[in-house]
Design a protein around this ligand. Sequence first.
Ligand SMILES: Cc1cc2nc3c(=O)[nH]c(=O)nc-3n(C[C@H](O)[C@H](O)[C@H](O)COP(=O)(O)OP(=O)(O)OC[C@H]3O[C@@H](n4cnc5c(N)ncnc54)[C@H](O)[C@@H]3O)c2cc1C
Length: 454
Amino acid sequence: MSVAVCLFTSDLRLHDNPALHAAVRAADEVVPLFVSDDAIARIGFAPPNRRAFLADCLAALDEALRARGGRLVVRTGEPVREAVRVAARAGADEVHVAAGVSAYAQHRETRLRAALAADGRRLTVHDAAVTALAPGEVTPQGRDHFAVFTPYFRRWRAAPLRTPLPAPRRVPVPAGLRSAAPPARAAVSGTSPGLARGGEQEGRRRFAAWLRAGVSAYADRHDDLPGDATSRLSPHLHFGTLSAAELVHRARAAGGAGADAFVRQLAWRDFHHQVLAARPDAAHADYRPHGDRWRTDAAGTAAWRDGRTGYPIVDAAMRQLAHEGWMHNRGRLLAASFLTKTLYVDWRVGAAHFLDLLVDGDIANNQLNWQWVAGTGTDSRPNRVLNPLTQAKRYDPEGAYVRRWVPELAEVAGAKAHRPWMLPAGERERLGYPERVVELEEGLDRFLRARGKR
Ligand SMILES: Cc1cc2nc3c(=O)[nH]c(=O)nc-3n(C[C@H](O)[C@H](O)[C@H](O)COP(=O)(O)OP(=O)(O)OC[C@H]3O[C@@H](n4cnc5c(N)ncnc54)[C@H](O)[C@@H]3O)c2cc1C
């Protein structure tokens, strides 16, 4: 009787899961293993929102495996040690895992390969399991990754995509393996009140609804802040309850300008992953340094975190983050530009705060988007500064997004909600809305001088 282990990491699904599919095909029995990694919690990468969402994902995975005659085996501890132990205990000769892109995942993979080999077992790593196209699958001449999105996208779009795999019909699991209880969502405290639900079934339901009723308008409405007309699939992509390759296939099959625009965003995700896979230190070091000597601004940073900068559109976005553990992409751009350019505070400060709250908080997407906005990343216009007032006028013309998230301004009609300092004397104070932490022109001048542009 042959046995294989499928070690789940960022691929918590049964559909289109290359590691699981290969394990089921290769062996008579499979151990579907998840190791709750102590170190991830210790380094602070498991804040409540993501722990709660993960608990949903593991419960859903266990349920789906049980419906196929199996179950999820959960262990707690150091993943390499636990995976080797489980493989030995089950008599498995092979462990299957999805390739990861962060330094942590790459290091884990190297150690796991060595530890299994020392025990006479094999590690098989599945490349295009987390992204649609594996990092390194398309590269520019003479380089290991693309540093600019447009040429990457040209090649990405033309590259063949693997065909999505069906969910296995049966997953026979060896008897007698000890498993910890999967963490329960209810046991996680300190989550955002409006946090979304996780799990593969929920992800598939959302994606089906998106294809039916959302994607066709995406090209026109993805920047409509109050319209909230994006897919909200990012946490499912982060935890791998949805497969990026399957999403691309099915969106392409749906066709139309909306689907094209949606697929392009999925290519952005792949783009950032291939940058991080090639340059893992971009998670903390400037990808393209500009010699920035960032300011320390405790009061400004605290106001930014609390959604009390005095700029309603920025504050609305930050409060959406606190309430939902998620923020609209336009809000993320505005909030990040405000911190890194208007306040000229280090992007790492903002990225860390986002990672504390975002349910989709992801090293590749978060750190590299922050770097993109800060101008230390892959943006070809590193010194652009988003003006929150012109952006608000464009993407929240009636002030509805501001009124939704900033209750102090709920009774201010129309676009006036974007400029509370222009309300009649004393009105802003009466409403309890804070004063501006900085004048935009002052922030702009400071930033451009720092970058040698003034
Ligand atoms: C400062 C900043 C921080 C960010 N941090 C994260 C993060 O931690 N995790 C994360 O998944 N995304 C992050 N993003 C990218 C983007 O904002 C989110 O992916 C998106 O808002 C999620 O909403 P959605 O699923 O409705 O996206 P949709 O607009 O429906 O897009 C579909 C999918 O495409 C991908 N995508 C969309 N935009 C981007 C982008 N700019 N870069 C990479 N992938 C993208 C996401 O996986 C998303 O789910 C960040 C963006 C900025 C500006």
